[in-house]
Ligand binder design. Structure first.
Ligand code: SF4
Length: 432
């Protein structure tokens, strides 16, 4: 039986303190600063903070988190635990707490539902009586929950600085500009089969503005679970697709459907025509926005080769946000839900090397001690934006709710929410 691994938080605390971490740990982290409370870099750092997305600049208009009261920053783990449990008990069914797969265990333990962003938004719909939905995830997830929630429900993001660097790589102004440039190349006339020149497809990991853009322009939303189905939907209606913000999910999915890589130009929003010629854009089947996930781009083919050398029977599964050579070298690629199900269905004694966020991998390793499960990247490096949600922030928003105060509410204006809902509904209707 495999020894229980420490939580990612605990490992980082130990590494930062210079103490040996758990057996089997590589005892290294991408950023020992993560051992500090996120409130330290929320206030000081002009970027997303230490961690996987350290190099990604925080957009000027991104929400900023105010000062977390000292009673929470100074509270011990056990004090916060008592306060969170007491607040949840007091609030009862009037609150539902959602925890994304990539959240730290120290937060996930309080979640009523754990899943990916769309599973969680749907889970919240099973609790229409809850007056508050506390989303322990990142900003675009809380927006999607607000779009799908009852008008009377308040969606709360415990730390407003929990954004997503990938989602911020495609902003509405740049996408509108790209759309206008593409229209100048393609015009607006459908072909002989009635297909329009181009259909916009946005990954769930995008702002509500972009989902609204897709709703207004005949487009659709996809998740990492249904991207192929959504692309089929789009190809039935359009000659091409503009896919944003994640180039890797778009490329990996379209390639698996038989679209040649050379017919998938990358759109660089800083260059005229995205950096392609008009002929290249005319020949394109999928135009890929130049965005990526800072966490998943860390995975490499060399890591896969090392895992295979150390464990000849290993099954390598990676998330489709990983670069194409990594997906090609893996044994399987799929969403977090796919990864969870593949591990659950495996015979005892299986060995998995997983290419996704470390909190989920470590949790799965603890949940399935009959298997050997490890992260492809041997550096303890969580998604630093997800990591902004700390039990201190959760205690703060829950205790405020007990006092009748709604903090950090995420509200999508109706002018955006309505077309965004259209794009989400198209996605649900496209489900195979
Ligand atoms: S894991 Fe990647 S896509 Fe997900 S929230 Fe973090 S930066 Fe964004």
């Amino acid at each position: 039986m495999t020894a229980r691994l420490l939580s990612v938080d605990d490992e980082i605390q130990l590494i930062a303190a210079g103490t040996a971490a758990a057996p089997g740990s590589t005892a290294s982290t991408c950023a020992p600063e993560l051992a500090e409370g996120p409130w330290v870099f929320d206030l000081q750092s002009p970027t997303y903070g230490p961690g996987a997305s350290m190099a990604d600049p925080l957009p000027a208009e991104a929400p900023r988190q105010g000062v977390l009261p000292e009673e929470y920053t100074a509270a011990s783990k056990s004090e916060l635990d008592t306060r969170i449990r007491r607040a949840k008990e007091t609030l009862g069914d009037s609150v539902v707490v959602l925890g994304h797969f990539y959240q730290r265990d120290e937060v996930v333990q309080y979640a009523d539902f754990v899943g990916d962003s769309f599973q969680l938004a749907n889970a919240a719909k099973t609790r229409p009586d809850a007056r508050a939905i506390v989303f322990c995830g990142v900003h675009f997830m809380a927006e999607t929950a607000d779009i799908l929630a009852q008008p009377s429900q308040a969606v709360i993001l415990p730390n407003l600085a929990a954004g997503c660097s990938m989602a911020d790589m495609a902003d509405i102004d740049s996408v509108e500009e790209a759309w206008a440039q593409l229209a100048s190349v393609y015009g607006s006339e459908p072909d002989a089969e009635g297909r329009v020149p181009i259909i916009p497809v946005t990954y769930m990991n995008s702002s509500a503005d972009l989902k609204g853009f897709c709703g207004r322009n005949g487009g659709i939303v996809c998740t990492s679970s249904n991207a192929a189905t959504v692309l089929e939907w789009a190809f039935e209606r359009g000659q091409r697709v503009l896919f944003f913000p994640d180039q890797h999910l778009g490329r990996n999915t379209a390639k698996a459907m038989g679209v040649p890589v050379e017919r998938m130009p990358l759109w660089n929003p800083r260059k005229p025509l995205g950096g392609s010629t008009a002929d290249e854009l005319t020949d394109a089947r999928v135009i890929l926005w130049n965005g990526f996930c800072s966490v998943h781009k860390r995975f490499t083919v060399a890591q896969i080769e090392r895992a295979r050398a150390a464990h000849p029977d290993v099954r390598v599964i990676v998330h489709p946000e990983c670069p194409m050579p990594v997906v090609d070298a893996a044994d399987g690629a799929g969403s977090t839900d796919y990864i969870v199900k593949a591990i659950a269905a495996a015979p005892a004694g299986s060995t998995f090397a997983i290419g996704t966020e470390i909190n989920l991998v470590q949790r799965l390793a603890n949940q399935y001690p009959q298997h050997t499960i490890f992260c492809l990247d041997d550096v303890i490096c969580p998604c630093s934006t997800m990591y902004r949600i700390h039990p201190g922030y959760l205690a703060w928003v829950l205790e405020s709710l007990v006092d009748g105060v709604v903090l950090n509410q995420i509200s999508v204006p109706a002018s955006v929410a309505e077309p965004a809902r259209v794009a989400l509904e198209r996605m649900l209707a496209a489900r195979p």
